[in-house]
Design a protein around this ligand. Sequence first.
Ligand code: EPU
Length: 340
Amino acid sequence: MTILKDYPLLRHNTFGIACEAERYAEYGSEEELRQLLAERPKRVLHIGGGSNLLFLKPRFEGLVLHSGIRTVELLSETEGEALVRVGGGYVWDDLVSLAISRGWHGLENLSLIPGEAGAAAVQNIGAYGREAGDFIEEVEGLSLETLQSRTFSRSECAYSYRSSLFKTPRERGRWAVIRVTFRLSKRFAPRLDHGGLQRELRLRGIAEASLTPEGLRSLVIEIRRSKLPDAAVTGNAGSFFKNPVVGRAQFERLRSEYPELPHYEAEEGRVKLPAAWLIEQCGWKGRALGKAAVHSRQALVLVNLGGATGEEVLALCRAVQADVSKRFGIALEPEVNIIA
Ligand code: EPU
């Protein structure tokens, strides 16, 4: 294990923001992580694939950690299910692909989401009607403060839309995810009720009954590629904001003014609204502010037009938030982790 000094993080954040770490280390085992933390670094930031990060400053004064634990173990299996334990540093989409090839199902809708297994368990990544938390059995964590190991059961992880225990104000930034155990199905019973998937299946004349796991994966990959910018070409961190969830009364008020307002039923009678629609209505789709812009094909994605600073992206974020708040009375909450 090497500790790198004044290490550029450009390759470690898909937004493509220039930021260097005072120190950076990738650990290959829990023991190595313990050694790094035993030195009591003044500030610690644990990153995954860097696909949901916005660095505000050009330098991070402290230790940036990355997991190099990329193991996959089949813990047990029955006729119907497989329990699979995956290292926090395993690349998410490689896991989806591997799972399909081994006949472990459920993750197909989550194809091509950037990032790694550890961060997926923190963020509860989701797409096309599925979330990582739907499949997580337990999470093995190591406290970055006390160095204690702890296994969190599925219910302790408290998964909800783009959230988990690890994102609460109390626990945020306090845990390294060492390994995640997934409960996957050995029967392919795809979830295809998401409107976007339904539309594409209809357009292509694909009958649900004839869809294979590989076919579903290819379809999801195609949809994502058609909407979302390729971070290797245009820096971005996927959806910048969460889709807001509002109360029924507020929704009805909005709908009386905007009858075409798209919406989805959410938990407890609440209603989820597409932030992309709200942003587009405010005229931001495709618009730039400095070197940051709202993506022209998906208004929920902020992009780096080249050489943007974190502060420039934040200025765009604030301008979009202000307009959406003024017009709709809705406070958009960033989904991306902003590192001050
Ligand atoms: N829409 C617009 N303008 C746009 C784009 C979308 O008005 O420019 C409206 C349309 O009504 C569309 C609706 O927004 O039907 C939803 O759009 P889309 O299906 O593209 O999904 P999204 O709600 O914008 C969410 C996730 C994505 C995920 C997709 C598909 C969040 C924050 N984002 O986006 O996740 O891939 O659904 O399930 O929930 C990510 O988290 O980085 C991410 C890409």
